[in-house]
Design a binder for this molecule. Structure first.
Ligand code: CTP
Ligand code: MN
Ligand code: MN
Ligand code: MN
Length: 364
């Protein structure tokens, strides 16, 4: 009997925002390896290389089945020679030397520990390493002046480096819901970030808050924060004011991809009552709160749902393919020289000439 071996050759469109990427990743070993190289590049200040590895991982995350040979990848976008070599090594030898060496490298390990402190970025970590600091204890003993965020980050290091579960996210949501309802009846709160995409765990919990009447959201954040503080829920918070200027005929054109919503980066004290069972009476959880006016809500929702690669690709698509500028505030058409309004994510995808991709399929 003749056996026909079918080998699938994969194909995919090149922008992550054109693809449906669920959490059902059939190539986790490969994408973990590429993500690690991306992380190492980012920790070394090589952002371009980082993006290239992230894009390669993004393509593999969306494949319908496991890759068994590199020949299946010939037609795929975003897989450069370097990424293909890593994939080939893993398929043929079970591991990639480059990935294993990186994992073992002292520099990578130390950078991960130091940037794992909330409030510490690559530059600070880099400086400390140059000054001879190799670990948390050494940092603590060195008597370095740490800012408020870093102090909190060091203090709650273990908790903050332990992922947040869905049930913990739900417990935080209940608290934020109560805070919002108490200070402004009618205000709405939406879970955003990874949990909105259906992830079962996250590094934090993200919320977007708005009010159906434009303008009613002004001044909301300080009230929410005060309420949370008075109830003892905050171990740390830093609120940043809205710096987005309204122009004459619409919101001012954003000058960069950084958005300027009123936001609060915080550390919650999740107590046993809301936490369910557990050995400790409470634990620290990172929580991000963002307030947007209803007129920008759809853009904020789309911009804060992620994934980070999906967002980056949406903006790249908008700029390169449509001559439009997309931010978490607005969509500007450079050809028509006007803002395109939208009150739902679906409308934004339509403006961009993209098929609508629901949050659960934005996990590139
Ligand atoms: N974001 C942003 N500006 C920031 C931080 C985050 O616009 N200063 C956006 C990111 O682009 C992302 C979303 O907010 O779309 C959530 O970011 P983050 O919480 O870092 O990532 P998650 O996708 O939620 O992943 P995790 O589960 O690890 O939290
Ligand atoms: Mn599947
Ligand atoms: Mn998040
Ligand atoms: Mn976040």
């Amino acid at each position: 009997q003749l056996q026909v071996l079918e080998v699938v050759v994969f194909s995919a469109p090149s922008y992550a925002c054109q693809r449906r990427t669920t959490l059902d990743n059939h190539n986790a070993i490969l994408t973990d390896a590429l993500s690690l190289l991306a992380e190492n590049a980012e920790l070394s200040g090589e952002d371009g290389r980082g993006v290239a590895f992230r894009r390669a991982a993004g393509v593999l995350k969306g494949l319908p089945e496991p890759v068994t040979a590199v020949t299946q990848l010939v037609g795929l976008p975003c897989l450069g020679g370097h990424s293909l070599r890593v994939v080939k090594d893993i398929l043929e030898n079970g591991a990639s030397c480059e990935v294993e060496d990186t994992k073992q490298s002292e520099r990578f390990k130390v950078l991960k520990v130091l940037t794992g402190i909330f409030g510490v970025g690559v530059k600070t970590a880099e400086r400390w390493i140059q000054e001879g600091i190799r670990g948390l204890q050494q940092l603590q003993d060195s008597g370095r002046t740490l800012n408020r965020a870093q102090q909190a980050g060091l203090q709650h290091y273990e908790d903050l480096n332990q992922h947040v579960t869905r049930s913990e996210a739900d417990a935080v949501a209940a608290v934020v819901e109560e805070a919002v309802a108490s200070v402004l009846p009618g205000a709405r709160m939406t879970l955003i970030g990874g949990f909105r995409r259906g992830k079962l765990t996250g590094h934090d919990v993200d919320f977007l808050i708005t009010h159906p009447e434009e303008g009613r959201e002004v001044g909301l954040m300080p009230k929410v924060v005060s309420w949370l503080e008075s109830q003892g829920f905050l171990l740390y918070q830093k609120t940043t004011k809205n710096s987005y200027l309204e122009g004459e005929d619409g919101p001012a054109r954003p000058s960069s991809n950084m958005d300027r919503f009123e936001r609060c980066f915080s550390i919650f004290k999740l107590t046993e009552e809301v936490n369910g069972e557990g050995l400790k009476p409470w634990r620290a959880v990172r929580v991000d709160l963002v307030v947007s006016p209803i007129s920008q809500f759809a853009f904020a929702l789309l911009g804060w749902t992620g994934s980070k690669l999906f967002e980056r690709e949406l903006r790249r698509w908008a700029g390169h393919k449509k001559a439009m500028s997309l931010s978490s505030h607005a969509l500007y058409d450079n050809t028509q020289r006007r803002y395109l309004r939208a009150s739902s994510e679906e409308e934004i995808f339509a403006h961009l000439g993209l098929e609508y991709i629901p949050p659960s399929e934005r996990n590139a």
